[in-house]
Design a binder for this molecule. Structure first.
Ligand SMILES: [Zn+2]
Length: 290
């Protein structure tokens, strides 16, 4: 599933092909992909210019202009793509098709932006800007997102991790606590911080929290620099793979030698997810982790 670095990469690679173009037409092949439906989404986005490409958590966002001439009710609009398991946003080359295309946005200069999705869990959403009660902030999924890890301070992170017996990895994966972190970057940052995925948060002291925050920020920045991690499905907007999978120290390395101490890497289930860790470097906490 694309996480923060993958969606950030899609946004960066998409921008040069879509910025300044108008959405001329929307072609819907899978009526389940646009929410609430294709006609509503098309009516809201058609005729608007793409002014900015952005990301919030694991959502890719296209910020669209107000429509020239008329349309007094609306300012701009926001198109949000939730890629979930296997969703992709791809720029189609002239004449090219792509398998499992759900929706195609035809832009004014003949550029085609395809939303493709093998497993069909991904969704597209559009919201007007400046219409009370109808903006993206009224979408519960969006409204509940926690802060961006690359925009928060260590102090904020220490506080947001909270207390109690909740296991640390479950807190990292909780999108209302910190936005954009999934299984890969949770495992990688916990390994680098030397914290076992099932450690209760109240056993992690201030310096353990700082270490985890530093590790998380480092891992996310490095992954963005490497254009994300391509394990199975993820590709950028031009169909190119990322390279951060070559830097994995924990994720997917069960049974392999720990890159620090040589012990065999192990897995456990935390928050319903397979979690890979080193039994030496990420020990069971005895009392408080400093
Ligand atoms: Zn180790």
């Amino acid at each position: 599933m694309p996480e923060l670095p993958e969606v950030e990469t899609i946004a960066r690679t998409l921008a040069p092909d879509v910025l300044g173009r108008d959405i001329a037409r929307v072609e819907v092949f899978d009526p389940a992909a646009p929410q609430p439906n294709g006609a509503t989404l098309a009516a809201l986005v058609t005729g608007r210019r793409v002014e900015r490409v952005g990301r919030r958590a694991k959502l890719l966002l296209l910020f669209l202009s107000s429509r020239p001439g008329g349309d007094v009710d609306y300012g701009g609009a926001v198109l949000a793509a939730h890629l979930r398991m296997t969703g992709r946003l791809i720029i189609l080359l002239p004449g090219a098709t792509t398998a499992n295309t759900r929706v195609v946005f035809h832009l004014s200069d003949a550029t085609r932006l395809a939303f493709a999705d093998v497993r069909r869990f991904g969704t597209l959403h559009a919201f007007p800007v400046g219409v009370p009660g109808r903006g993206i902030e009224t979408w519960p999924f969006y409204a509940n997102l926690g802060p961006e890890p690359l925009e928060m301070t260590a102090r904020e992170f220490r506080a947001r991790l909270g207390g109690g017996r909740t296991r640390v990895k479950a807190r990292l994966l909780d999108q209302s606590v910190i936005a954009g972190v999934g299984n890969i970057y949770a495992d990688e940052s916990l390994f680098r911080a030397g914290i076992r995925p099932d450690t209760p948060v109240d056993a992690i002291g201030p310096s353990g929290r700082d270490k985890l925050f530093t590790a998380l920020v480092d891992v996310l920045r490095l992954a963005i620099a490497e254009n994300g991690s391509s394990i199975r499905d993820y590709r950028d907007a031009h169909g190119d793979a990322g390279a951060f999978q070559n830097h994995f120290r924990a994720y997917g390395r069960e049974g392999e030698a720990c890159l620090v101490c040589g012990a065999a890497m192990r897995t456990m289930r935390v928050a319903g997810r397979t979690s890979t860790f080193c039994p030496n470097c990420q020990p069971v906490p005895d009392g408080k982790t400093r």
